[in-house]
Structure formats: C-alpha cells, structure tokens
Design a protein around this ligand. Structure first.
Ligand SMILES: *Cc1c(COP(=O)(O)O)cnc(C)c1O
Length: 358
C-alpha cells in the first residue's frame, strides 16, 4: 500500500472547539466545516463535534445535504444561502439556516409555500465588499422578512471582517461600528467573529461566533506555533522515503533539473506530490521532516513525488517516516514557503490521500 496518509486527531478538533468557546465565554460557537472541514473530512469532523457544537456552518447547500444524508441532526448554517427557489422548502424541512445576501433570495423566501418557517440570517455588507446587503438596504429586507410567516422569529445579523488577522486595524473597528448600529436599530442578534477575530478581537464576540481554521489547531494569523492558545494541530500528513539516490557534484534532480548538487549529495525520494495537494510552488528549501529531522525539499514538486536533501543525515533508510506538515511542522510554515496560506494548502488536500482517524 502507498505509504502516504493524513492522520486526523478528532480529539484535537474537540479540544480546539472548546478553546474557541473558552476565548469567548459569552458567545455560542458555530463550527465551520466547509470545504470538507478544511480537508479533514466533513462528516467525520461533524460527528466528532456533534455533542459540542449547537450548529454547523458550510459554504453551500450541497454540503448541508451531505451532512443530513450522513445522519447529522444539528442545524446547518449555509453561508452562501439558497441558490434556487426550491432550496427554501428543503431548508425549512431539514433545518438548514439560510444566509440572505441578495434580493432574489429574499423573494424566494417570501413566495415559498412552507409547512414550517425557515431560519434566516441576514448578511450585512460592512466593508469587505464581497457579500451582503448595505445598511440602507437591510431596512427594507428586514421589514419584508420579519412580516412573513415563512420566516422563523429571531433573525441574526451577520458580517465578515476583512482584516481580523491584523491585531490593530481601523477597518475592523469601522466594520464593527457599522454592524452594531444596524443590529441595534432592528434589535437583531449578531455574528461577526471568525477564528482570527475570536483570538484577536474580543470586542467582536457576539451571540454567535464562527470559528473555522482554529478548529483544526492552526493559527489563522499565520504563526507557526499555535501553542499560546492551547490549540493542537489535528492533521499530520505522512509519507515515506521510497528511494535513496547519491548524486555527484553538478547532477540535478526533478523536472528541469532546476536544483543541482553543489557537493556530493544524498537525496531521498518521497511518495507525495501535487496530485495529493502538496503545493507545487513549494521551492527548494521548503522544510520537510525525515525521521523527525528538518531537511530541505530540493527540485520541483512532481505530481506523485518530491525529493529531499539527506546529505549529512545519519542512518536514513528506505521506509523511514516523513512528515510533510502537522504536529511537528506547521502547515503555515510550509504554506509560507510556497507563497500561500495554510488554509489553501489544507483545503487543497486531494481525495487520493486517505484520512485516517484517531
Ligand atoms: C469560512 C468562514 C468563516 C470561518 O473563518 P476562519 O477564518 O476559518 O475561522 C466564518 N465566516 C464565514 C462567513 C466564512 O466564510
């Protein structure tokens, strides 16, 4: 069997969910498990958190359906809301909470024929300029929905912060003030904070918080050590050395032979590549752990393989363990080397990597 696999510690995800709650004791935390729970497995993560989280959040309707089909009973907030009139009745029947961000979605709700009312969240455009109604548009949308028998009482006003990962930001302060004035006007409960805001911006904590990335045990602000908050990285991506090569000075490795040996070198070939979601842009020098020791990646990342420089390491053999990221090597560090963020790397893990739960 191919040695490449991702070990996922569900107890770490439970621990991290509790950390999110401890940082915001007056708020309820919605576990954000979109994009296959950031690569950790949608249904398994939902099952692990079902006794902890009162509500789950996903990006799309289809992800919510997948959770119900798997037997998950908790409400599911669909962050992009309905994508057709038919979604409204299905949401009411299945207890999906729909975020409203454009007028057509409102009309679908008003004209639906429902057995029971649907739970609605209103998305406020407070400065990110991506999704949501402007404050002046909310007044009419709210008035239309609050008077409809199709809508469950107690709508929530929700917004997304553009700069929560910056510890000091006039943008966040301004978004929060727009949010508070709009929620105050209509006496709506609020939801503002994502992981970075939960950790950095206590003033953004509200009735509902929406932690995502931090549930997987990694710092959303990019640091390589999440320890300060008691987060535990949940995923460790493992592979093995499958061959060892000795190179003479001047010989190269990988496509284009971009990397060349400056001294007589020992290279290990590892059974992982961009076909697994290892970032193709990771350059020579990106850290990899072999037998727990940091060594540099060398040459271009291939679809199924990478090479690492083992020169000077003692007793490395075929079959020795390799960690690509996880407990001992932050995915944030690997992502930074590849010019991206850990979110993209985790969400990019492909279906050919088996997820092994512990
Ligand atoms: C993805 C997402 C979150 C979670 O963000 P993290 O940075 O992963 O904590 C929260 N709210 C919305 C609207 C999202 O799309």
């Amino acid at each position: 069997m191919r040695p490449t696999k991702a070990n996922v510690r569900l107890d770490a995800i439970v621990n991290n969910y509790r950390v999110a709650g401890q940082l915001a004791p007056a708020s309820r935390s919605i576990a954000v498990i979109k994009s296959n729970a950031y690569g950790h497995g949608l249904v398994d993560v939902a099952r692990a958190l079902e006794n902890e989280a009162p509500v789950f959040a996903v990006a799309f309707f289809d992800e919510a359906v997948q959770l119900r089909d798997a037997g998950i009973r908790k409400p599911v907030l669909v962050l992009q809301g309905a994508s057709g009139a038919g979604d409204i009745a299905e949401a009411a029947a299945k207890d999906f909470w729909l975020l409203m961000h454009h007028q057509q979605q409102v009309e679908w709700v008003l004209s639906a024929v429902l057995d029971n009312p649907v739970t609605i969240w209103l998305k406020l455009e407070s400065g990110m300029n991506r999704l949501g109604f402007l404050p002046q548009e909310i007044d009419q949308v709210y008035a239309d929905l609050v008077s409809s028998t199709n809508v469950q009482a107690g709508m929530v006003l929700c917004t997304q912060l553009a700069c929560a990962d910056e510890p000091v930001s006039p943008v966040t302060t301004q978004q929060l003030s727009i949010m508070r004035s709009c929620a105050g006007k209509h006496k709506l409960a609020m939801s503002v904070a994502n992981s970075a805001a939960i950790m950095n911006w206590p003033e953004t904590h509200a009735e509902w918080n929406r932690p995502g990335y931090m549930l997987y045990g990694i710092d959303p602000c990019g640091s390589y050590s999440p320890d300060a908050f008691g987060l535990v990285p949940a995923m460790t991506l493992h592979s093995e050395i499958i061959t060892i090569k000795e190179l003479k000075v001047g010989e190269g490795t990988g496509y284009g032979l971009d990397w060349r040996a400056k001294v007589a070198s020992v290279l290990g070939t590892v059974a992982i590549g961009y076909g697994d979601g290892y970032p193709r842009h990771a350059p020579s020098g990106t850290p990899v752990l072999v037998n727990g020791q940091r060594v540099p990646l060398v040459g271009r990342v291939s679809m199924d393989l990478i090479s690492v420089d083992l020169t000077g390491l003692e007793r490395v053999e075929v079959g020795n363990p390799v960690e690509l990221w996880g407990k001992e090597l932050s995915v944030n560090e690997v992502a930074a080397a590849a010019g991206t963020i850990g979110y993209e790397v985790l969400a990019g893990l492909t279906g050919r990597v088996p997820l092994v739960y512990a």
